[in-house]
Design a protein around this ligand. Structure first.
Ligand code: NI
Length: 166
């Protein structure tokens, strides 16, 4: 079911999400389905459960080169010292673009939707999407990276490949 994506200043976006015990539990399977459908409906490339108002550690990735998939309890266990900056938007913060500096590469582990452990080594766009979505699980939003710089939602300098619908 497509659910409404909540937006700032909804306090649910600032909650610390709880780990999931069993990804195969019916309510989690339903949450995963809703996340995928809601992400596709919004033409997003990633979505986190808190954006549907659910404080559980579940994200979906809808990388342009694949089908949407879910990651449960994702955790970054390695990040490159090399960083890069990219303009990011967020489906929960309409009209705002922030240039965010993050590690270029990360390695994460997570449970997939069948409850099996997966390890993902990500770079470039996927690394950024994963970090953006995992931030959501910790109540962190792109505006937290703005460092007091003015934001110009009307005239953002958007690079090709900017991360917009996440
Ligand atoms: Ni977002």
């Amino acid at each position: 079911m497509v659910r409404t994506i909540i937006t700032v200043p909804d306090p649910l976006l600032r909650e610390q999400s709880a780990p999931v015990e069993d990804p195969r539990a019916p309510e989690i399977q339903e949450l995963i389905t809703d996340l995928k459908e809601s992400c596709l409906a919004a033409e997003g490339i990633g979505l986190a459960a808190p954006q549907l108002g659910v404080a559980k550690r579940v994200i979906v990735i809808n990388h342009p080169q694949g089908k949407p998939y879910a990651l449960v309890n994702p955790e970054i266990f390695w990040a490159s010292s090399g960083t890069s900056a990219l303009e990011e938007g967020c489906l929960s913060i309409p009209g705002i673009i922030v240039r965010v500096t993050r590690p270029k590469k990360v390695k994460i582990h997570a449970l997939d939707e069948r409850g099996e452990w997966r390890e993902i080594a990500a770079s470039d766009l996927l690394a950024k999407i994963l970090q953006h979505e995992i931030d959501h699980l910790n109540g962190v939003l792109i505006t937290d990276y703005a460092e007091g710089r003015p934001e110009h939602p009307e005239t953002p300098q958007i690079s090709p490949g900017a991360l917009l619908k996440v």
